[in-house]
Design a protein around this ligand. Structure first.
Ligand SMILES: *Cc1c(COP(=O)(O)O)cnc(C)c1O
Length: 470
């Protein structure tokens, strides 16, 4: 490199701050528009993304121009998830304090792997681990790992389960691998989330090792169909069906499974937060008797993305599973975050989770969860007034909606998406096409529901016309 090239790397604070200020201006502009803009990007905004098509740059470019490009063409092609009328998937909004805390910590650029790589991240993980135990009422021995999302959290929980079951039989997984290993049985609802099957596959457990158990018409596992649980069994239950929001009947199933020494994992991606509210006690009873739990903060708790949590009652199993043996004993006396996750280097995602819990408090979390449920119930009532059919019992934040025929439901959903007032996805529920509503943003209010219901009605009218003209 010539001397001139190297000069690019000389620190220039005013330039650095100018860039960050631009980012703030663009962000504020985005926030100002979020309520009034279309919820899904226009065709034009999506077509304009072709601006990003270019060969890998050879020369340097200007930071301000890069940011401006991102703002001009990136922002309009986003899905307006933070606005209050986005009901797709189970996505979650974002608490402003959580974003602000993340901004600050982004400037820190911490590596959260060990205490010595970032004392602040080690401290916050330790604190939040305790807080989560209290919020979810989990046993005191529970440890928490902070991962990217529930898919990864479930992978970690099931890895701990696999480790425990094999090591109980004297099988050293690290040494011998899976070939000829003792059999592990998995019991799984036919309504389990696809990420659970993916996690099992990654762990070398295929469908032939899974006993699928039927679910009832709400998507809850049928407890009387669960058989042959023993101490080689991993039983996976669900708090919050991804379509209906229903909860598996935990207490009797888990008591039985634990009496046989099976490992019980709960996928509570969005539903585990029901434990934070007295309103849902009837749904969550016995959930704390399980061995491991996976949950997202980026869904119900409304932190920014990249915030999943694995909670596990058996520290030894979790740490050994993720680190292949007892090597972890070499670490320091303080919390070493990497022990509880599969990664090494990673960002300090704990900051936004810590800020969210500190901001809301247990009361605020309860109110947030109740609010999502209130809005789901309101949505349901309003839709019923307009003769839409509600296909599920609305027990939490999910609502499944249908029109008079599958054909009309499908067309209506298409039109809802085209109108862009709100956004919902579709699914198939008990063999019928359904519009799937997930309320998971603090920002959703009564007006959002009213506007969305109006859009549903308008969409159905257009759909009827179009179908009649065919
Ligand atoms: C979202 C979801 C997952 C996957 O979580 P990610 O954070 O997307 O990895 C798993 N299970 C259920 C029930 C979910 O809703």
């Amino acid at each position: 490199m010539s001397k001139k090239d190297i000069s690019y790397f000389i620190r220039n604070e005013s330039q650095e701050k100018r860039l960050l200020n631009h980012a703030i201006d663009y962000s504020f502009d985005y926030i100002d528009r979020i309520v009034t803009r279309n919820v899904f990007p226009t065709k034009e905004a999506i077509n304009n993304l072709s601006i990003f098509d270019e060969p890998c740059p050879v020369k340097r470019s200007n930071g301000e121009e890069i940011l401006s490009l991102l703002n001009k063409y990136g922002s309009p092609a986003t899905v307006a998830q933070t606005g209050g009328r986005y009901f797709g998937f189970v996505s979650g909004g974002m608490l402003p304090i959580s974003l602000a805390a993340r901004w600050l910590s982004d400037c820190w650029d911490q590596n959260a792997l060990l205490f010595i790589s970032s004392p602040i991240m080690a401290k916050l993980e330790l604190i939040v681990e305790d807080w989560l135990k209290e919020i979810f009422k989990l046993p005191n021995v529970t440890v928490a790992g902070f991962v990217s999302g529930t898919s990864m959290a479930t992978f970690c929980g099931l890895a701990a389960a696999r480790y425990k079951i094999l090591s109980r039989q004297g099988w050293d997984l690290k040494e011998k691998g899976l070939r000829n290993a003792p059999e592990i049985k998995v019991i799984l609802s036919t309504q389990a989330h696809s990420s659970v099957i993916k996690a099992l596959t990654l762990l070398g457990i295929g469908k032939k090792d899974i006993a699928f158990v039927e679910a009832d018409n709400q998507g809850r596992i049928k407890s009387n169909k669960i058989t042959c649980i023993d101490n080689n069994t991993i039983l996976i239950l669900q708090a919050g069906n991804v379509n209906s929001g229903s909860f598996d009947p935990f207490i009797s199933i888990i008591e039985e499974a634990k009496s046989k020494n099976a490992w019980v994992h709960v996928d509570g991606a969005f539903g585990l937060w029901a434990l934070a509210s007295k309103r849902f006690t009837h749904l969550t009873q016995g959930i704390n008797l399980a061995d491991s739990w996976s949950v997202d903060a980026h869904k119900t708790l409304n932190t920014p993305y990249d915030n999943g949590i694995i909670l596990c009652k058996d520290k030894e199993a979790l740490v050994s599973a993720l680190h292949a043996g007892g090597d972890y004993l070499m670490f320091g006396n303080e919390r070493d975050n990497m022990l509880y996750t599969p990664d090494m280097s990673r960002r300090g995602r704990i900051v936004e989770l810590w800020a969210a819990i500190k901001y809301l408090g247990k009361q605020g979390i309860e109110e947030l969860v109740n609010h999502l449920n209130d809005m789901a119930i309101l949505f349901t009532q309003e839709l019923k007034k307009h003769d839409f059919h509600i296909l599920n019992e609305v027990v939490f934040n999910q609502v499944l909606v249908a029109c008079d025929s599958d054909e009309l439901t499908k067309k209506t959903l298409e039109k809802i998406q085209e109108l862009r007032i709100c956004w919902c996805g579709g699914t198939v529920w008990n063999k019928h096409i359904a519009i799937r509503i997930s309320i998971c943003s603090w920002a959703t209010d009564r007006k959002d529901i009213k506007d969305s219901v109006n859009s549903f009605v308008k969409a159905r009218l257009i759909a009827i016309k179009q179908l009649n003209n065919k």
